[in-house]
Ligand binder design. Structure first.
Ligand SMILES: Cc1cc2nc3c(=O)[nH]c(=O)nc-3n(C[C@H](O)[C@H](O)[C@H](O)COP(=O)(O)O)c2cc1C
Ligand SMILES: [Mn+2]
Length: 480
């Protein structure tokens, strides 16, 4: 799969895409449809006629949401995979790296606008929420920057609001890589070159939204995931690599000490989390798009949504599991970040308890390994008899295996986010705190811990075998 168009074709074939041919307003109407569609567990939506936009331009919304099928297509896995299978598949795929391949041209060059010719408002960028400060062109975008002193090319997903016909907000949270990179350019007194794509094969966003190590290029991971190098053109203004099959792209510069008012924006946590503020911006020098370009948009909202769906959570849980194994922690049987917890701000780990202190070791590390550290509010460690994908079972473990006075710790001043609504004033938000909850059977007296009242395993098997004969409804053989 090289582009969003092939992805749309595949998703349409399995009945997971709906085309909206009638005219829809980019001003709140599109996003209201997307929200209602999420509440109905609907398909991905392709809006083919967006009011007052470039003729032929389209918006793909709700690319993945909570759909395991759409996630499977995106990651080249069997369509009927369940979440644990998708997670294992993802872990295998992100082990591979294939560097990008330079090409001289590609569909992204079908239309090019330079300097004064540029007007970003021609694109079908939605205004997502009633109190948003403007139209957000970048929600499902890929921001490309290059280190000032090395060959490190970073891809990250950061929101981009249209501030002016040739200016975009450049909001990057502290600790994220484009922020580290732009500060290095600014320290030299130079503007930071930036390219962004707004519509690309959705595998990109799964990679650009994850925390890979400083110095590693997400472009190589996208190549690894798809098993084929990403073809890139050289941006004519900045020389940055731009995927040749992207739908829409810009390049330009972010200047030191230059800020404009941006936001607020109805964000991933489900709030207008951060007030309007002066932040760095990108002055756009080139705008590229394919004929009939497709802007891809992710809806940031409380569950169910794109931000509180599978897009971020499978990769986050798989990454934490990978990091834990890398440092040599044994006995991990599962990791899950529930989409309902603000899109993954609660990490649940199941273990086979191996020794005294094991559960606490896992809790501490699962809070702070590199792929876990950003905005991880709760870590809950449970025994391996708990199905961690069931919030009900996790809740049962919390209420029956946690001796509150002993089993909860708080780590202070952890890596937070400006989007955290519970911390005030806003200036305090870079520092958060993380609760570690040991919801395992207490290791000290595990031998005496009450047994669970469950059916006798032999009798359970026999009963399942007799189910039909007894004329009972349903099929218990599908149960765990
Ligand atoms: C849909 C989506 C939107 C995001 N928006 C932002 C954002 O506006 N600012 C930000 O700093 N991180 C945002 N993130 C999180 C970063 O993309 C993520 O932390 C990623 O690791 C950043 O890449 P980096 O590690 O190379 O900096 C978003 C993630 C997704 C999936
Ligand atoms: Mn990175």
């Amino acid at each position: 799969m090289r582009d969003l168009r092939e992805w749309i074709e595949k998703v349409e074939k399995i009945g997971e895409l709906h085309r909206v041919g009638k005219e829809v307003d980019w001003n709140l109407e599109l996003s209201t449809i997307v929200r209602l569609n999420f509440e109905l567990s609907g398909p991905a939506l392709l809006f083919e006629n967006v009011k007052d936009s470039l003729p032929g331009s389209r918006v793909l919304a709700a690319p993945i949401g909570m759909s395991t099928k759409r996630y499977a297509v995106t990651t080249y896995l069997p369509v009927d995979s369940d979440i644990p299978a998708l997670m294992q598949g993802w872990r295998e795929r992100v082990k591979k790296k294939v560097p990008p391949k330079k090409v001289t041209t590609g569909p992204i060059k079908e239309n090019i606008f330079r300097d004064n010719e540029i007007d970003l408002n021609c694109l079908p960028a939605p205004k997502w929420w009633p109190f948003d400060g403007g139209r957000y062109l970048g929600t499902h975008d890929v921001v490309i920057t290059k280190d000032a002193d090395s060959d490190w090319v970073n891809l990250g997903t950061y929101r981009a609001m249209i501030l002016d016909k040739n200016k975009l907000g450049f909001w990057v949270s502290h600790g994220h890589h484009a922020r580290i990179i732009r500060e290095r350019w600014w320290a030299k007194g130079k503007p930071c070159p930036v390219a962004i794509t707004f519509g690309q094969e959705p595998a990109f966003i799964l990679i650009s939204g994850r925390a890979f190590p400083v110095g590693e290029s997400e472009l190589d991971y996208v190549g690894g995931l798809r098993g084929e190098a990403v073809e890139v053109i050289e941006g004519e203004e900045t020389g940055l690599p731009i995927p040749a099959h992207a739908e829409i792209a810009i390049e330009g510069y972010s200047y030191p000490n230059a800020t404009m008012e941006e936001g607020p924006f109805g964000e991933s946590q489900g709030y207008y989390s951060k007030p309007k503020e002066k932040i760095p911006y990108i002055e756009v020098k080139r705008l590229y798009y394919r004929n009939n370009p497709i802007l891809c948009g992710a809806q940031m909202a409380s569950y169910p949504s794109d931000s509180q769906g599978l897009m971020g959570t499978i990769g986050r849980a798989a990454g934490i599991w990978e990091d834990l194994e890398r440092v040599g922690v044994k006995g991990i049987t599962g990791v899950w970040n529930h989409p309902q917890a603000s899109g993954g701000m609660m990490t649940v780990v199941s273990i086979k308890q191996l020794h005294a202190g094991h559960a606490k070791q896992v809790a501490c590390l699962a809070a702070q390994v590199p792929q876990a550290a950003y905005h991880n509010k709760y870590v809950i460690v449970v025994d391996d008899d708990i199905n961690i994908f069931s919030l009900g079972e996790v809740m049962w473990a919390l209420t029956t295996r946690v001796d509150l006075k002993n089993d909860i710790d708080l780590i202070r001043d952890t890596w937070g986010t400006y989007l955290e609504p519970s911390i005030w004033p806003v200036e305090d938000r870079p520092y958060s705190s993380t609760a570690l909850i040991n919801a395992c059977k207490p290791h000290k007296w595990i031998d005496q811990f009450p047994k669970r009242n469950m059916p006798d395993p032999e009798l359970k098997k026999k009963t399942i075998a007799r189910w039909k004969e007894l004329g009972l409804p349903g099929d218990p053989s599908t149960l765990r």
